[in-house]
Design a protein around this ligand. Structure first.
Ligand code: SF4
Length: 361
């Protein structure tokens, strides 16, 4: 009887979620707890998230790009990161030169990516980071939006990032922040607020998910990020770093990852521009993800200095993968696309920041 009741309740919650009005914390928790990682209800969950994404995003997928700027130790010591000072095995630091970064950014732009993210460790010199952003921004002919991915920033730094030519900021309050990292969780939240205050749009992620995390922890973070009005959402599974104390927990399965991606997708409903899931997996493209990232340079999930030679995907592979899953792939400035989406979507709260800051032609 209990199982039957639960099944009816799952159907009701998914039917509601299909409309794109989001889920409550309790509904998301209920789906995560009650739906197994196989079987009829699991398929229905994926199908519902997939339906919502294809409808809201007009069956269009997005390929964005990321350049990892440096290979160096970071004193924040996040136990899931290749760059953690305590875990880092590489003795030789490496930093991409300005010329290399500009060249790679131009290559990405020529391939028509939606945005280009410059990612560095949190210890990367801030002024150098700004200079790099300005240089890349000045060298991009098609005004491809730039995503900043540095560390925690105060309001003045957020304004400087915007002035340097960035439009978006990537930031997340990570699972067990302050416990498996040396960063005060309130600092992460402040950073998102500062970025918003300065007019940047913020993309975020439920990360890095491991088997040790409870569903309660996950939904608590989903609520915080939604309350902060982030513009993009993603999920990321933890890839274990050798020697990390987290290694003993193992990694989540692809099915578990897809289940969490689908619930995250439904939780945010129509409040987000797009939904990503890292790593790229076919099952995640059936769970509502429509956004892939082509990567060059360093990557905190990769022990290879050049991720393109190992874990990273290039633009063509990302495009092909989305097309194989029946997504059209958007080419050109995503700002234009997001502006259009904002005008027709009453759930969006991003229009003002887009109008003020985006270089939509
Ligand atoms: S995740 Fe970021 S803040 Fe944490 S160790 Fe890696 S580079 Fe530093």
């Amino acid at each position: 009887m209990q199982i039957e009741n639960n099944n009816t309740q799952i159907d009701l919650v998914l039917e509601k979620a299909k409309k794109g009005n989001g889920l409550s914390r309790d509904e998301a928790l209920f789906l995560l707890k009650e739906i197994p990682t196989s079987g009829e209800k699991f398929e229905l969950l994926l199908h519902t998230a997939d339906y919502l994404s294809r409808k809201q995003f007009q069956n269009t997928g997005e390929v964005h790009a990321q350049i990892g700027l440096n290979w160096d130790k970071c004193q924040n010591n996040c136990q899931f990161c290749m760059f953690s000072e305590e875990l880092h095995k590489i003795k030789q630091s490496k930093c991409l030169s300005e010329e290399e970064v500009v060249k790679r950014a131009i290559e990405f732009e020529e391939k028509g990516v939606g945005s280009i993210s410059l990612m560095s460790t949190a210890d990367y010199d801030f002024d150098k980071y700004l200079k790099m952003g300005k240089l890349v921004s000045e060298n991009l002919k098609n005004r491809t939006p730039l995503f900043a991915n540095w560390g925690d920033i105060d309001f003045e730094q957020a304004k400087a990032i915007k002035r340097a030519g960035f439009t978006y900021y990537y930031h997340a309050l990570r699972l067990r922040e302050g416990v498996v990292t040396k960063i005060d969780p309130s600092k992460r939240i402040e950073t998102i607020k500062n970025a918003h205050e300065a007019g940047l749009l913020v993309g975020s992620c439920l990360e890095p998910i491991g088997p040790e995390h409870t569903y309660e922890e996950m939904v608590d973070l989903l609520v915080i990020m939604r309350d902060l009005k982030i513009s993009w959402m993603a999920t990321m599974k933890r890839i274990n770093v050798e020697g990390s104390p987290l290694q003993k927990y193992g990694e989540i399965t692809d099915e578990e990852f897809a289940k969490i991606t689908a619930v995250t997708r439904l939780f945010y409903g129509k409040t987000i521009f797009t939904m990503a899931a890292h790593e790229p997996l076919a099952i995640n493209l059936r769970a509502g993800a429509n956004f892939l990232v082509a990567e060059m340079g360093t990557n905190p999930r990769d022990k290879n200095v050049e991720t393109l030679d190992s874990r990273g995907w290039d633009v063509d592979s990302c495009t092909k993968f989305l097309e194989q899953h029946d997504y059209k792939v958007y080419k050109g400035s995503v700002n234009k696309r997001y502006l259009k989406m904002s005008y027709i979507n009453e759930n969006f709260t991003h229009l003002e920041r887009l109008l003020l800051n985006c270089n939509a032609e």
